[in-house]
Design a binder for this molecule. Structure first.
Ligand code: HEM
Ligand SMILES: [Ca+2]
Ligand SMILES: [Ca+2]
Length: 223
């Protein structure tokens, strides 16, 4: 090996170390957001491509659809209905985790991106009864419904996991879906997006009886 080749190789190795270190620093921020996948490509032809996958504990690791809202389980919280209803949420690159919490023994609901009234809202309905939670993926076809399950319209149920609890007049339902489910009856979300929502609650455990406690609209922003 000639001296110049050796010198060139040494430079390449040093550059490789620096690039690798930079990639690692990027991959391990103080507060990581979910699963970070990054591919660092070297600047020279000699170095190969590095691909590292890192899972942090936020928020996937902490999230449990058990009907209990733990500290730090959700990064965000929105108060509605003068404190009778709260929406909690968090997201990473892939998933949205959400909890609906309200002063009712009936249903809680959230609708994403309606056009007018309830129309075209991608709705999620939930309630808990006898220790069992029901969470439904629905779509509102008109300004006051109807909002059948996506599956009845030829779409898909995109609630990946769910759970909930009814206790002392309070109901909590928790669920997880992809930011982009690829179902035409769901709204596709991107990171950092501000989503217009409608919300409603009622004191009955079935999704064809109207909101008899409260309803309204608001906004929430994803990480
Ligand atoms: C369970 C079946 C439902 C029925 C039968 C129903 C029916 C109606 C009706 C008749 C109205 C007209 C105004 C009024 O009477 O209050 C209305 C308004 C509204 N509903 Fe529903 N609704 C249902 C579920 C939902 C759900 C699940 C949400 C939210 C996710 C929702 C959110 C709203 C909002 C925000 C308005 C006001 C719209 C506006 O004036 O711009 N509704 N609903
Ligand atoms: Ca939980
Ligand atoms: Ca769906």
């Amino acid at each position: 090996m000639s001296r110049s080749t050796a010198a060139a190789l040494a430079v390449v190795v040093v550059v490789g170390l620096v690039v690798g270190y930079a990639a690692l620093t990027l991959l391990f921020p103080a507060e990581g957001a979910g699963t970070v996948t990054s591919t660092g490509t070297s600047t020279t032809t000699v170095l190969q491509t590095t691909s590292v996958t890192v899972s942090t504990s936020l928020p996937e690791g902490r999230w449990k659809p058990d009907g209990a809202i733990e500290d730090n389980e959700y990064a965000h919280k929105l108060e509605l209905a003068d404190g009778k209803y709260f929406v909690h949420w968090g997201n990473d690159n892939e998933y949205l985790h959400m909890a609906l919490e309200g002063e009712t023994n009936g249903w809680l609901s959230i609708g994403f991106e309606p056009t007018s009234g309830m129309q075209d809202a991608d709705m999620i309905f939930g309630w808990a009864k006898d220790g069992e939670a029901t969470v439904l993926d629905l779509y509102s076809q008109g300004p006051t419904g109807p909002h059948p399950p996506d599956t009845q319209l030829g779409g898909t149920n995109d609630i990946l996991e769910h759970g909930g609890k009814e206790e002392n007049g309070r109901t909590v339902v928790e669920f997880k879906r992809r930011l982009d489910t690829r179902d035409k009856y769901d709204k596709a979300f991107t990171r950092g997006q501000t989503i217009r929502i409608i919300w409603a609650m009622a004191d009955v455990d079935e999704f064809t009886t109207k909101h008899d406690i409260a309803r309204g609209s608001a906004e929430l922003t994803l990480d």
